[in-house]
Design a protein around this ligand. Structure first.
Ligand code: PEP
Ligand code: MG
Length: 325
């Protein structure tokens, strides 16, 4: 099978009716960068910067962060890399950081919330990113943003660091794009406002679905209870794709569902044209894309979401996929 996917490596990622679907990979360590060439992915759609912090014995210095980001950009050879700022807290605890006792860590002090409350941490990371990004097209994305104000505050921290580096004579990035993860449901209800302010958005479907269904993604008793291919989930995901398109804001999806062929097919039917996934998922998803008629899946998704009936449309999509095989 792996051999079969290798043969697809050099084919453009395009559906039968000529729609290009950009397939990116998720990464978190320098060793992951070798997957770019192996898979021929369009870029790193999600670089999880917290991994460096999680494997370290103490807080990485700005210099250590800079060294990693510079190596990552070099290894990407001009392909886009989207760096997500620290997404710690919740289930991702750093042994060397103060531990706060929380009843509901997933809903607690995590990600951008820590970044804004402890701006020293976020500033150090942004400074490392801006320095590493000198001469590159730098993309920075903030996790767990729940309101437009949180994005504005994070953006202000970036502006401050840009000014600081300029004062010290550091060359700036060739361009700087700032984006947010769409993974807290509150953003769904001021999507246009956020989409107009950011340069790009990326749907974190792992968290978005956990919050949408109020089902802890780490809790095996409930994690499998709600199907991502159910109508409420798909309607939420469709809303994001629609509003992003309407406002002209590029949108990616970087949660696990983007790496599952049937789910990825549904996402293309909802309007997604950019997916980011684990490297091993890229071959199977690309095989699906090459066989797909984007027009037909779009019509099928419209039909399925217009009607009510069985909550999950998984079986119907399975039949659609088999008929197109
Ligand atoms: C997500 O929430 O879908 C996501 C991609 O981020 P993480 O899995 O790191 O929370
Ligand atoms: Mg997330």
């Amino acid at each position: 099978r792996q051999e079969q996917y290798r043969r697809l490596r050099d084919l453009p990622s395009r559906t039968r009716d000529g729609v290009t679907i950009d397939l990116h990979i998720n990464a978190g360590l320098l060793v992951d960068m070798s997957h770019l060439a192996e898979t021929n992915a369009a870029g790193i759609g999600l670089f999880r910067t917290e991994i460096q912090f999680m494997v370290a014995q103490r807080l990485p210095t700005t210099g250590e962060q800079y060294a990693l980001y510079a190596s990552v950009l070099e290894a990407a050879r001009g392909l886009p890399v989207t760096f997500r700022t620290l997404d710690i807290g919740g289930d991702k605890v750093l042994p060397y950081m103060e531990k706060v006792e929380e009843e509901n860590p997933a809903l607690g002090w995590r990600a951008i919330r820590i970044g804004l409350d402890r701006p020293g941490l976020l500033r150090s990371q942004v400074r490392a990113l801006l320095r590493a990004g000198a001469g590159h097209h730098l993309r920075i994305m903030f996790p767990m943003v729940a309101t437009v104000e949180e994005f504005e505050s994070a953006k202000a921290i970036v502006a401050r660091e840009e000014a600081h580096l300029a004062r010290h004579g550091h060359p700036p990035p060739a361009s700087l794009s700032l984006g947010v993860m769409v993974e807290v449901p509150s953003l769904l209800f001021h999507l246009d406002e956020i989409a107009r302010r950011v340069d790009f958005m990326s749907v974190g479907s792992n968290d978005l679905l956990q919050f949408l269904f109020a089902a802890d993604r780490e809790n095996r008793q409930v994690a499998g209870r709600f199907d991502p291919l159910s109508r409420p989930a798909l309607r939420a995901l469709r809303l994001i794709a629609e509003r992003a398109e309407a406002v002209g804001c590029p949108v990616t999806l970087c949660g696990e569902i983007g790496g599952r062929p049937l789910e990825a097919m549904a996402l293309i039917g909802l309007g997604y044209r950019r997916l980011s996934m684990s490297p091993s998922a890229l071959g199977p998803v690309k095989a699906m894309v090459l066989k797909l008629d984007a027009g037909a899946i779009t019509a099928e998704m419209e039909r399925l979401l217009a009607q009510d009936g069985e909550l999950s449309v998984r079986n119907a999509l399975q039949r659609f996929a088999e008929a197109n095989d």
